[in-house]
Design a protein around this ligand. Structure first.
Ligand code: NAD
Length: 257
């Protein structure tokens, strides 16, 4: 399959799942626009590396997706957006009564509202181009809950709702909108949760991974960045043209429990 001639914007793509998706879409032939809130030489270097290894055009655009205006500017600056992957996300873990308000606001803004702002600018571009794919990286936590992750879970459930709404608004056009719901994937976002959890439960790293993180993941294995990238590329293929408004779980059976 080739995505040559398409431009993909992947939010939060200087690390983890977003970076893997950017590589896979570029390998499938799409020009890619990478993003995060930083503006370091190494961010632009990632784009240069993707361009030189795959032959597509790759750019990095700084935009802080905690701000709606920045999310909109990202798509405007990209100039074209056939494939929109809303991936940027952060996490904070605390009981509701101790959950800092600034963390709540940041998680809702980055993990949920940014997808509304990017889609609002991207959808007219897709209509003009006569083709479009919106892929929202939600979570198993967009379908089910766990304690102490109120903002993340509220935001990810919101993303699943937004996904269905965009799918209905574009149902009679050659545009689809779906959410991928990963279980645990060992990325920097998850790695960062391990030390605190080790302290909290007085557990070894191995026990935190197996008994806490993968407790609800029946496969007892992390999902991988490659599996999520492959699912994203599939959703951009012709085979997925009638798949819209749905969630695809890549969670080792978590949501079957
Ligand atoms: P990660 O920390 O490696 O990547 C997050 C990305 O978002 C980074 O590129 C980061 O720079 C970017 N980002 C953070 N704040 C931003 C901001 N204000 N503006 C722009 N970009 C910002 O984590 P990841 O695990 O690759 O997560 C990617 C997505 O996958 C997230 O939406 C996350 O919720 C989701 N997810 C991850 C897992 C997992 O187990 N890792 C599971 C389910 C869902």
């Amino acid at each position: 399959m080739t995505l040559a001639g398409k431009t993909a914007v992947i939010t939060g793509s200087n690390s983890g799942i977003g970076l893997g998706i950017a590589w896979s879409l570029a390998q499938a032939g799409a020009d890619v626009v990478l993003n995060s809130y930083t503006d370091r030489e190494e961010d632009h270097e990632i784009a240069r590396q993707i361009a030189s290894e795959t032959g597509v055009t790759a750019r990095y655009i700084q935009a802080d997706l905690s701000k709606g205006a920045d999310a909109r500017r990202l798509i405007e600056e990209a100039g074209r957006c056939d494939i929109l992957v809303n991936n940027a996300g952060i996490q904070h873990v605390a009981p509701v009564e101790d959950f800092p308000t600034d963390k709540w606001d940041a998680i809702i803004a980055i993990n949920m509202s940014s997808s509304f702002h990017t889609a609002a600018i991207a959808l007219p571009m897709m209509r003009k181009a006569g083709w479009g794919r919106v892929v929202n990286i939600a979570s198993a936590h967009g379908l089910t809950a766990s304690p102490y992750k109120s903002a993340y879970i509220a935001a990810k459930h919101g993303v699943v709702g937004l996904t269905k709404t965009i799918a209905l608004e574009t149902a009679q056009e050659p545009i689809t909108c779906n959410a991928i719901c990963p279980g645990y994937v060992l990325t920097p976002l998850v790695e960062a949760q391990i030390p605190d959890t080790m302290k909290k439960y007085d557990m070894s790293r191995e026990d935190v991974i197996r008994k806490v993180m993968l407790d609800r993941q029946p496969s007892k294995e992390f999902a991988t960045v490659e599996q999520l990238s492959g699912t994203t590329v599939f959703l951009c293929s012709d085979a997925a043209a009638q798949i819209t408004g749905t969630t695809i779980s890549v969670d080792g059976g978590w949501t079957a429990l």
